[in-house]
Design a protein around this ligand. Structure first.
Ligand SMILES: OC[C@H]1O[C@@](CO)(OC[C@@]2(O[C@H]3O[C@H](CO)[C@@H](O)[C@H](O)[C@H]3O)O[C@H](CO)[C@@H](O)[C@@H]2O)[C@@H](O)[C@@H]1O
Length: 508
């Protein structure tokens, strides 16, 4: 959340080690979403209602600018219950001290409401309806039906379970960290969570516990019936839209009323072994915050790294337009390849000889693993080789490959981790997604933010995002190289390339 010009990040943290357990709400603040100061934990077990853990939840800014937090506590019987916490001193912009509401818990599973008390967690940011009642969602499941329970309150103290959930979907499993927010049908501007209006659509995101993917649908919200309806054609669950086709989970958005934008922030867990996490003494990072808005098609969201991240850019490298011949690669010299921001734009012309996809349906992730960066294609693979070692024994390839699918061009974007590290204990799954682009008419843009163990890649101006975690053994420190490559037979044109070394953010 943002309070008095200061951004607050609260995150799930184990003060006792680099593995999950003993969960408290750790707390950091920033004035620019780039440089951070860490504070003592804001919320930690201290009441019966959270004695066994302070799990996820959300902040809401009440009228008058007063922040409150609803979070899941684990009670003495290991039940998940919903609790309230408030800042002790509103004149402290850092909000260091938090008080628990003495009447906690405010929402709990009972035999009457038939909620499953071991699958009842992660309250959303609350929003206010036209009747002035506050509404909040709590994630759950009923067998494998994912459920977003709706609670209403006039005072944030007494909460009543609505007769029906806001939404539920068969076969999607437990919904963790639900997020429900309005988006404008035109433009980049974000909306307050309570905003309504004719030119507004709604997004419901759920973190699917079964697959660990953050999936969303776009739809309408009937404020009278208190029901959410995904638009026609939206697919619910794991086969639907995802914020990120790599590692990105338990994300949240918030409305930044200072800059009138909606910011999405997510957690990327490690791809290293638990043993290695314990050895290095930490695990899990936050991806770069992203601005989100609705695509013109209204069928998906677009995402872009927050503008502030550009403050870290230095030593710009700029290439004029050039041809990247089939089977060639060009090194991007002049940037620190282990901490860089690189943007390229490709134009293709030779669309006659693209590879043909014959089946009706393809799983893009499987297609990327089968046709990795080293597999020669017609038009593609072309893109970046990040974290490349001297003799290319290690590299993480982010690339496009163009196919002909039933007489239409289909653009596949992949992040190939199969050669990322010689350490075989890492998860080296390759990720992929189709990008809704017409290569005959549009340029194919790719931006990758590279930072020591993460590559966050934005394809087609934020239509598809893939984040991957990598731990090279050779491509480290000043032994890291960055290339633009083309392993297809056809040439492609680089219409522009801009790369920057990225300074270190200040984290104290
Ligand atoms: O910290 C609890 C909150 O985290 C969430 C969403 O991530 O639930 C996570 C969950 O545990 C699994 O995920 C951990 C990492 O987040 C993982 O390290 C652990 O091994 C997993 O069990 O926490 C509970 C208890 O284990 C489990 O049911 C969840 O999947 C969120 O829903 C919680 O509020």
């Amino acid at each position: 959340m943002v309070y008095k010009g200061i951004y607050h990040l609260f995150y799930q943290y184990n003060p006792k080690g680099a593995v999950w357990g003993n969960i408290v709400w750790a707390h950091s603040t920033s004035t620019d979403l780039v440089n951070w100061i860490s504070h003592k934990p804001a919320i930690f077990p201290s009441q019966q209602a959270d004695i066994n853990g302070c799990w996820s939840g959300s902040a809401t800014i009440l009228p008058g600018g007063k922040p409150v937090i609803l979070y899941t506590g684990i009670d003495p019987s290991e039940r998940q219950v919903q609790n309230l916490a408030m800042p002790k001193n509103l004149s402290d912009p850092y909000l260091i001290e938090w008080a628990k509401y003495p009447k906690n818990p405010l929402m709990l599973a009972t035999p009457m409401n038939r909620i499953n008390g071991s699958a009842f967690r992660d309250p959303t940011t609350a929003w206010q309806g036209p009747d002035k009642l506050w509404r909040v969602l709590v994630g759950s499941r009923d067998n494998r039906v994912g459920v977003a329970y709706l609670y209403k309150s006039k005072d944030f103290d007494h909460w009543t379970l609505a007769e029906e959930p806001l939404h539920s979907a068969e076969g999607t499993g437990m919904w963790e960290c639900p997020d429900f927010f309005p988006v404008k049908t035109d433009g980049f501007e974000g909306l307050d969570t309570s905003a309504r209006g004719k030119r507004v659509k709604y997004v419901l995101k759920n973190s699917l516990d079964e697959t660990k993917h953050d999936c969303y649908t776009i739809g309408t919200y009937d404020v009278v019936k208190d029901k959410y309806f995904p638009d026609k054609g939206m697919v619910e669950g794991d086969a639907g839209l995802r914020y990120d086709y790599g590692k990105f989970y338990a994300s949240k958005t918030f409305f930044d009323d200072e800059k009138k934008r909606r910011i999405l922030w997510g957690w990327t867990n490690e791809s290293s072994s638990v043993k290695d996490d314990v050895l290095k003494g930490w695990s899990g990072i936050q991806a770069i915050p992203r601005t989100v808005w609705l695509d013109k098609s209204r069928k998906k969201l677009l995402q872009w790294p927050v503008k502030e991240i550009e403050k870290l850019r230095e030593n710009q490298v700029n290439w004029p337009s050039k041809i990247l011949e089939g089977g060639s690669k060009l090194e991007v010299i002049g940037v620190t390849a282990g901490q860089a921001d690189v943007e390229v734009s490709f134009q293709v012309s030779d669309l006659k000889n693209v590879e043909v996809l014959k089946e009706k349906h393809y799983n893009p992730q499987l297609l990327c693993s089968k046709n990795s960066a080293s597999v020669r294609g017609g038009l593609g693979p072309f893109g970046f080789l990040t974290f490349a070692s001297n003799c290319l024994r290690e590299y993480t390839a982010v690339f496009f490959r163009i196919y002909n699918h039933r007489n239409k061009h289909k653009v596949l974007m992949c992040s190939d981790q199969s050669r990322s590290s010689l350490n075989k204990h890492n998860d080296n799954t390759t990720y992929g997604a189709f990008v809704d682009l017409d290569p005959a008419r549009e340029k194919l843009s790719l931006r990758s933010l590279i930072d020591r163990s993460i590559v966050e890649s934005f394809g087609g101006g934020g239509k598809v995002v893939i984040s991957s975690r990598v731990y090279p053994t050779l491509a480290i420190d000043n032994q890291i190289k960055l290339f633009v490559f083309n392993n297809g037979t056809a040439n492609v044109k680089i219409t522009s390339l801009n790369a920057w070394s990225m300074k270190k953010a200040q984290i104290s």
